[in-house]
Design a protein around this ligand. Sequence first.
Ligand code: FAD
Length: 335
Amino acid sequence: MNNIFVYIEIEEGKIADVSLELLTKARSLAKTLNCKVEAIAIGSNIAGIETTLAQYGAEVVHIADDKELAPYRTLPHTAIVCGVFEQEKPQIALFGASSVGRDLGPRVSSALHSGLTADCTSLEIGDHTTKDKEYKDLLYQIRPAFGGNIIATIINPDCRPQMATVREGVMRMERVASPAKAEVKIIDFKKFLKDSDFAVKIISREIEHRKINIKGASVVVAGGYGMGSKEGFEQLHKLAEVLGGEVGASRAAVDSGFAEHARQVGQTGTTVRPKLYIACGISGQIQHTAGMDGSAMIIAINNDADAPIHKLADYSIVGDVNEVVEKMIKYYKEN
Ligand code: FAD
């Protein structure tokens, strides 16, 4: 059985979380398929990367390490990934739905005449039967479709590798209990490259470090349209501060100018999994809940007892959000 490959994204010498999330997921898919998890890492000064990757489930690590290979560049990275895939013939290839993965994944799938499902939120293994053929052990590539109104399961029965990009933060990142040593395969990458792959020269780079980090916050206090105004959101900032958390927002709140886009939680925003998510004046439409339903505990504050968010919440407070939030700030400051 051919193996599952995960493309490892490296930014500023650090492995992207989404790559470790994908390795964790690939581990469980590989268990079902009875195959191995392989990682492909391309960069500069990345010797030893296999130790970390093995901790998340990589059994084989393909490495191309050269100063010319960092930072990421579309053409050389595509050529190397395609070269390795043509050689190794993976049955499944996974990329993060980050700016790099969204650039690289489709190019690789096009070059290999395969298909790719973008922005998946879940992956499973399943069968499919048509009137002429039975397919076993396909990759179910699951993602919201038609504006998030349905969850589509997409399969790619006849092309290999089956390819997907997966949204950051939707899958858990878990270490293997007792990791084995990964086998390292050094990629003879020069044979895959042509001079024209280096036609694009990077003259300068500016990295924008995100000041707002709702993805990494253990507490997210999120506000919706029900907060009424930008000033209403200031209360949420105070509550987030006393709880040591970050402020999130629904798209309606972002579109109304109550909060910055970097705070948007949901299908077209960020996926978060905090220990505590407090939804303030948010109705709980599927496009929002898709980005927060993995939170360990959810508290909903909404004056409409029938708002869908209450069905998802562990604790519901039916009341005026301004009054409730004020009381919460006072309580947590005193306790
Ligand atoms: P509303 O639905 O208007 O809800 C406001 C809530 O506040 C109501 O339930 C109301 O009862 C309550 N309320 C009002 N006043 C008070 C008060 N004083 N006290 C307490 N409660 C009060 N949405 C996202 O959030 N994230 C996304 O990423 C996203 N992506 C989308 C992608 C697509 C393709 C589409 C079509 C939509 C997307 N949406 C997204 C929009 C989504 O469908 C909803 O419109 C949005 O989530 C609603 O935001 P809301 O809950 O803040 O506003």
